[in-house]
Design a protein around this ligand. Structure first.
Ligand code: GDP
Ligand code: IMO
Ligand code: MG
Length: 437
């Protein structure tokens, strides 16, 4: 890591997505984790899919923080995460099969809520019932689990795995309620409480040793001067309160979710790094003003391998939207941007940046407050010359072609934030750290 980033040695950093997810957070977190003692996931669940590529090794992490691939980094799954214990166990096993042991460095919050089979079923039933109006969720039970958390009466937390007798009592009541609901609303078949309880016994035995008070752990770590890296999931435009509702996820996926999601005040974070792609992608339904449902979108999808890490769905692709990213920069208090996938745009004759929207005859550079208004947005583009050079071997900012640097400068101007890390390929090593004067 070059000098400009040495100061990361004594900094708590937060990495979040500034678009609709899949910006390359896993890669950026993996790189920055070199200097971190602890990496914390504070929101979302197994809807996330964070890719880390080191040489021939590819890791797709859904629940484990991306710091897990570094043997010396402690991993915290904080209270704001909805944990699918089955997926987590699979991930722990897969890491172990590749020689990565997390057994003495994984800490799971006792207050993290548990995703069980009936949440995933409910997710699918709701989506089917919505038909063409579906959200396009990942079907990982995220919305139903967070709904139970907010509703409180039918919620289960990791702490419940400590007392199996009490858990069984709660589970029988919850499953009875869910069965009545699913049968009445969707004509669904009954779920078996015993089968779920049997799985919970396994979760309790295998995950029990990791369950603890992660808030205390993090505060004691900060007192001891440890470096903490907070890893956001999804992206700010999918934020429940500030994204394109209802086409969002069920948590505060912007940096605003950090405080409630792990019990650390945001003032303890020194550096907020927002991750973007050099273009835009979205999976699932919802407005996407710069979408290119045409040859350009297809080109980006094939060149950038834009297929979901979690569901394998083809991602919708389009031009970079500086109106939406300008908004998420403000929303997240972002200090600097990491822009991935600049290599993917190579070969385009020209590249476009959306710099304003036209909505019902008015021009605006501020992101609209509702998805309904965003649907009406027509993009005003800045068109720049493209570059044909292969960027994948570039290691210094000066190595990048002039047109690539012009593109970066134009994005910085429109979003009002410096771009300090540039991605030129999926590998850990394919990132350029830029010193901003
Ligand atoms: P995340 O959810 O934000 O962690 O992102 P994903 O892992 O879901 O998707 C990002 C994809 O882009 C992954 O396949 C990464 O390996 C890949 N990737 C990350 N950075 C770059 C880059 O600079 N160039 C290219 N070509 N691929 C990248
Ligand atoms: P990472 O962390 C991209 C999207 C889904 C859907 C909406 C709601 O890998 O960036 P949900 O299952 O959360 O109820 O789905 O949110 N979505 C993501 N899109 N990357 C993600 O995570 C996502 N997590 C959820 O596609 O549109
Ligand atoms: Mg992803």
């Amino acid at each position: 890591m070059p000098d400009a980033f040495k100061e990361l040695n004594r900094m708590n950093c937060c990495v979040t997505g500034l678009q609709w997810g899949d910006e390359g957070k896993g890669k950026v977190v993996d790189i920055l984790a070199e200097k971190a003692d602890i990496v914390v996931r504070y929101g979302g669940g197994a809807n996330a899919g964070h890719t880390v590529i080191i040489g021939d090794e590819k890791f797709a992490l859904h629940i484990m923080p991306s710091g897990a691939v570094r043997e010396k980094t402690a991993c915290v799954i904080a209270n704001g995460v909805v944990v699918d214990p089955g997926t987590l166990l699979e991930e722990i096993t897969q890491l172990a099969q590749r020689g990565i042991d997390v057994s003495r460095r994984l800490f799971i919050s006792e207050n993290a809520h548990i995703v069980l089979d009936y949440h995933k079923l409910e997710d699918q039933l709701r989506e089917s019932a919505l038909g063409k109006n579906k959200i396009g969720t990942t079907a990982r039970g995220i919305g139903p689990c967070y709904a139970d958390k907010i509703g409180r009466s039918f919620a289960l937390r990791m702490a419940d795995l400590r007392n199996l007798t009490a858990l069984k009592e709660k589970l029988v009541k919850i499953v009875d309620y869910k069965n009545k609901l699913f049968s009445a609303l969707y004509g669904a078949e009954s779920i078996d409480a015993d089968a779920i309880f049997n799985k919970c016994k396994v979760y309790s035995a295998k995950l029990g040793p990791f369950i603890c008070n992660t808030t205390q752990y993090l505060h004691e770590a900060m007192d001891a001067g440890k470096n903490i890296l907070f890893e956001g999931a999804q992206g700010a435009l999918l934020d429940l309160d500030h994204g394109t509702f209802p086409f969002v996820t069920s948590s505060n996926a912007s940096t605003l979710g950090l405080g409630p999601g792990c019990g650390v005040p945001t003032k303890c974070v020194d550096r907020f790094i927002g991750v973007v792609k050099a273009y835009a992608t979205r999976v699932g339904s919802g407005p996407f003003p710069t979408e290119q449902d045409n040859e350009i979108g297809n080109l980006i999808r094939e060149k950038g391998h834009e297929y979901g890490t979690t569901t394998g769905r083809p991602r919708r692709c389009g031009w970079f939207d500086a109106v939406s990213v300008g908004y998420t920069v403000r929303l997240g208090g972002i200090n600097e941007i990491a822009m991935m996938h600049l290599d993917t745009l190579a070969g385009m004759k020209e590249v476009k940046i959306c710099k304003a929207y036209h909505i019902e005859g008015r021009q605006t550079t501020f992101f609209p407050g509702t998805a309904e208004d965003l649907e009406k947005a027509e993009c005003v583009y800045e068109t720049l010359p493209g570059w044909s050079e292969d960027l994948s071997a570039a290691t210094r900012y000066e190595d990048l072609p002039a047109n690539t640097r012009n593109y970066i400068a134009a994005v910085e101007k429109f979003v009002g934030c410096p771009i300090t890390i540039v991605g030129v390929g999926p590998q850990r090593s394919q990132a350029i750290f830029r010193k901003i004067m």
